[in-house]
Design a protein around this ligand. Structure first.
Ligand SMILES: Nc1nc2c(ncn2[C@@H]2O[C@H](COP(=O)(O)OP(=O)(O)OP(=O)(O)O)[C@@H](O)[C@H]2O)c(=O)[nH]1
Ligand SMILES: [Mg+2]
Length: 443
């Protein structure tokens, strides 16, 4: 997400720090570089102009030039402006706890509306809502199938009524939601390749009938500058209340999508980061600015860890470590917890200071997958007592997991040294507890 932009900013700040003291000249140069970086990230030129003017004005203020750490001051200014550009203060969603809420999704064809409907349903169910998905895209029969498939996979009900007109579908869905006590109705609508009167008319009708609490404009982050015009027109017609940027996992430069915000003044609420239903992130302007500028996003990291972390499992694991009965099966489960948190590179990039350096070292997610495959090819007994794995067993495991015998050897060796370390830790821990032991083992 925004990797290219992130690299560019990194280079700019490094150059600036190299100067030691800042002058009007090197500030002007840095601002010029910032401008170029944003334009290359596809940020709309009007937005760039406004952004760089604000940065320049603040950077030339006495505070920065006289500061002992002018480079850092400059970064701080860019960070503030970038946060503003991304929406400044967050606006909480207008959903209510004690009554039925309605959300409508709108956007061009293929922008990711139907996928986002399922993602939102899953996200809000985790927050305690009872969602109902509504297939109000009556243009294409396949669209209804698509939503039904997604809903089925998640165990979330989908209202569809083939052959009926859009408005009838919406009305039918609302009355079912009321009678079933759904707390959140999510309406999927039909997209078109281009904006046309028919689509806008239909959307307005849906909004009039459903009186949504939130209208989300779904925008594909891969689309270029045209996205800005599209957003303006959608806003003009239906006054959406928030945006969802999809496909931010791709090599989208993302700038066009950011410009949508500046042009409409409506906040980005969510970003889509994959095709799967759980690939949705809440958008936090300040945290995103930090991530882009390589300042890390520790808050999101902790949140993600909490969300995927299974406290029960972790307690039983600690017990096993203490008793020194940690097996390859436990190792596999640990690995899966880590994998659930997403690509390792993404996670590390959220840690302040680690960001760029690690990304460049190219973290190899496939290594985890390989280890997983190897352990999965072992029998239960082998996982419990790896010492029985002899040459023949190794060959069988390698064949089963599509790896080499060397890979098995490597894993077993790693596992051995891990157990050795745990043993040492247990010894030191004694009465002092594991936290103290960990501290004394640290270099
Ligand atoms: N990589 C990635 N793909 C996505 C994301 N969101 C949607 N997609 C993919 O984009 C394609 C279009 O998504 P849909 O949800 O069908 O788009 P839509 O807006 O409903 O399209 P129409 O109903 O035809 O207007 C699908 O192949 C999705 O899997 C995302 O965040 N990341
Ligand atoms: Mg669709």
């Amino acid at each position: 997400m925004f990797e290219e932009l992130s690299h560019r900013f990194d280079a700019i700040f490094n150059r600036l720090r190299g100067h030691g003291k800042l002058s009007e000249d090197n500030i002007a140069e840095a601002v010029r570089d910032v401008k170029r970086a944003l334009l290359e990230a596809d940020v709309n030129y009007r937005v760039v102009k406004k952004f760089t003017a604000a940065v320049q004005e603040k950077a030339l203020g006495a505070e920065v030039l006289q500061s002992i750490t002018p480079g850092q001051q400059f970064v701080k200014i860019v960070h503030n402006e970038l946060t503003q550009l991304m929406g400044g203060n967050e606006r909480p969603l207008k959903l209510h706890a004690n009554r039925m809420n309605v959300v409508v999704l709108a956007g061009l064809q293929g922008s990711g509306k139907t996928t986002a409907c399922a993602k939102l349903a899953l996200y809000f169910r985790k927050q305690g809502h009872q969602p109902l998905l509504v297939a109000a895209d009556t243009q294409r029969p396949a669209a209804i199938d698509q939503l039904e498939t997604l809903g089925k996979a998640l165990g979330i009900p989908v209202y569809a009524d083939r052959g009926k007109k859009t408005l009838q579908v919406v009305e039918g869905a609302l009355s079912r939601a009321r009678s079933e006590g759904s707390s959140l109705v999510i309406i999927d609508t039909a997209g078109r390749l281009h904006i046309d009167i028919e689509m806008m008319g239909e959307l307005k009708e849906i909004c009039n009938a459903a009186r949504p609490d939130e209208i989300f404009f779904v925008a594909d982050a891969m689309t270029g500058q045209d996205a800005v015009n599209v957003a303006e027109q959608f806003y003009h017609e239906i006054h959406f209340t928030g945006s969802i940027l999809t496909k931010m996992d791709g090599d989208a430069r993302g700038g066009a999508a950011l410009s949508i915000l500046d042009v409409t003044g409506v906040p980005i609420q969510f970003v889509g980061v994959g095709e799967k239903s759980d690939a949705l992130e809440v958008f936090h302007p300040e945290r995103m600015a930090s991530r882009i500028l390589g300042m890390g996003d520790i808050v999101s990291l902790v949140e993600r860890a909490q969300e995927t972390f299974d406290a029960e499992k972790s307690r039983s694991l600690e017990k096993k470590i203490r008793k020194n009965i940690f097996t390859l099966q436990d190792f596999l489960e640990q690995l899966r917890q880590i994998k659930k948190m997403g690509p390792i590179g993404d996670l590390l990039a959220m840690i302040p200071g680690v960001g760029r350096a690690v990304q460049e070292a190219e973290i190899d997610n496939s290594a985890l997958t390989k280890i997983e495959a190897i352990i999965c090819s072992m029998t239960v007994i082998e996982r419990d007592k790896p010492q029985i794995i002899d040459g023949n067993r190794k060959k069988r495991i390698a064949a089963g997991s599509g790896t080499l015998v060397q890979d098995i050897n490597k894993l077993l060796k790693q596992f051995d040294s891990m157990k050795l370390m745990m043993k040492r830790m247990n010894k030191i821990a004694g009465k002092r507890g594991h936290a103290a032991a960990l501290r004394s083992l640290a270099p």
